[in-house]
Design a protein around this ligand. Sequence first.
Ligand SMILES: [Mg+2]
Length: 356
Amino acid sequence: MTPSEPTLAELGERHLLARIRERVPAGEGVRLGIGDDAAVVEVQHLAVITTDSLVEGVHFRRVQAPARLVGRKALSVNLSDVAATGGVARYAVVSLCLPSDLPVDWVDSLFDGLLERAAESGVSLVGGNVSRTPETIVVDVTVLGDTQRPITRSGARPGDIVVVTGSLGAAAVGLELLDQGARLGEDGELVATGIWTESSADALTTCLRAQLDPRPPLALARAVADQDLAVAAIDLSDGLSSDLAVMCRQSGVGARLEASSLPVSPAVASLERARRGDPLARALDGGEDYQLLLAVDRGRFAELAELSGVWGVPVTAIGEFVEGAPVVTLKYASGERELVPHGHDHFPHRGDHAGA
Ligand SMILES: [Mg+2]
């Protein structure tokens, strides 16, 4: 750190808050924003509330993740949850825990990303909190949205189609690429290829962006909710095998997937080919894709496919829900096997993956 980079300790809390407040634009529906004891906002129908945090050392590393992208992701992971519930995100509050030796620049860049993502998604930042922490950065975001018709995880019925949006596996591969020295700059451009060569640049960029700057399909999700096209939904945060298991359990159904139908990210396929890895395993177990997993009535898939064209987000039928125990079966050309959840779990129970 050079003397020209002031730290939070040098700036002080009052000045930090003033600096943040100055940058936050007035938002629609905001009766009282930053500066009062609490925010007061308008909601139209039912309020949807969700919260999620990014913790340094757990969700990101300072040397691997540009601050601007940490800001974008901190909001995006919440937008994904609101979208999966059939809501439209409206307002956000941000609670920051920051070490006092953190350069002020880092916080400025974090807010570059947060405010930019908020503007893109029609969300107003209405308040928050700042507190000091010994060394670890925590960015905690709560988003408030509204919905007329919430979509739950528990509505899947036997015969419904299992649908995923977008492609799978890139975010998990992106996380590994960071550990292999590949890097994005503040603007999401590739600045280091790590152990990989320049010939993989496009695939590296795709996977790193999926990890550091996920883009949940918000517009498509909104159209799906408006047209009542999904009977159940969950966002893919922990990995398809885990998130589908949750939907099956909560809906009281099983599911059968066709391995050949899974929309493996082409970037993942190309990188895994290069290192003789298993692209299918990435698509099944890799977390943080922040796409949607939907249960869709068979008779309405064509409408969904049409919407997918309108919003430029692929939707893929990957199998069907079936009667019986909440077990997921994966069918290959050569046979089938039970799909055991191997996605992310913050507090894994030893018995959960016995023998795995
Ligand atoms: Mg979720």
